[in-house]
Design a protein around this ligand. Structure first.
Ligand SMILES: [Zn+2]
Length: 130
């Protein structure tokens, strides 16, 4: 069976190991393999093994209402807004690149050349991969 984590949006499958016993069933947690939160508990005589199928879209993508694939396809470049001091990042911004697909523009209501501002710092990976 496939599950979607309500906390992070990851998709994963759950298999039972050693289930089907007659007695000794107890509540075993089903944990999200991505964020490791307990999604729910179910009675089983075995134990659950969770396998990640699809990692959730990044916080940034979800904030923007697009998928990671959309973001990759756009090829937009995030810029840090460091205000006047230049020392602290207040937020991030980017421009919608020319050539962004109609599908993405339609989905988000953006226009090419539009500036998307006020992206919270915590949505952006600090390792600079975005
Ligand atoms: Zn999760």
């Amino acid at each position: 069976m496939n599950e979607e984590c309500p906390k992070c949006g990851a998709e994963f499958s759950v298999t039972v190991i050693g289930g089907g016993g007659i007695c000794g069933a107890c509540r075993e947690p089903i944990d999200c393999p991505y964020c490791h939160e307990t999604v729910r508990e179910e009675r089983t005589t075995g134990t659950f093994t969770e396998t990640l199928i699809k990692a959730p879209d990044s916080l940034l993508s979800r904030h923007l209402g697009i998928s990671d694939d959309d973001w990759e396809e756009m090829g937009a470049e995030l810029n840090a807004n460091t205000g006047n001091s230049g020392e602290m990042t207040y937020c991030y911004w980017f421009m919608i690149p020319e050539g962004t697909s109609e599908e993405i523009l339609h989905k988000t209501g953006w226009k090419t050349g539009q500036m998307i501002d006020q992206i919270p710092v915590e949505l952006v990976d600090s390792d600079g991969s975005y």
